[in-house]
Design a protein around this ligand. Structure first.
Ligand code: FES
Length: 130
């Protein structure tokens, strides 16, 4: 994982979405929004980024964050999702490479869902990835 530089320097994490390319992302942006708005990939977010639907899930190829919100941990366990993370529960604070495995294209849905808020919702309680 490539961390951001030392204090006082700007940090521009790079997000790579497999098959779509690499973009610069404002530090701290929610991954789901970076995938949609910066990488221009039609990721789903059916619950509006509230850790309820799991449609925003991605597979990490590199740079998987070592921490996880309690909301993410609970919904992944409840829906028996393994090997994927919820992009609505992750902020871009370092370089990441992901595979977009849940997209509007081919989903049969009319739209990706309500646009998630700029900050993680619900208010995050952090724990380490199990
Ligand atoms: S869990 Fe619904 S958008 Fe992330």
């Amino acid at each position: 994982m490539i961390a951001c530089p030392t204090e006082g320097e700007s940090c521009v994490p790079k997000l790579t979405v497999e098959g779509f390319g690499t973009v610069d992302v404002p530090e701290g942006k929610r991954l789901v929004l970076a995938i949609e708005q910066d990488a221009r990939v039609d990721v789903l977010h059916a619950c509006g980024g509230n850790a309820r639907c799991t449609t925003c899930r991605v597979e990490f190829i590199a740079g998987e964050p070592p921490r996880m919100t309690e909301a993410e941990r609970q919904v992944l366990a409840a829906k028996n999702v393994a090997g994927a993370r919820l992009s609505c529960q992750i902020v871009c604070d370092h370089d990441m490479t992901v595979r977009a495995i849940s997209r509007l294209e081919g989903s049969g849905r009319p739209d990706p869902g309500p646009t998630p808020a700029p900050e993680i919702t619900p208010s995050p309680v952090w724990s380490t990835v199990p």
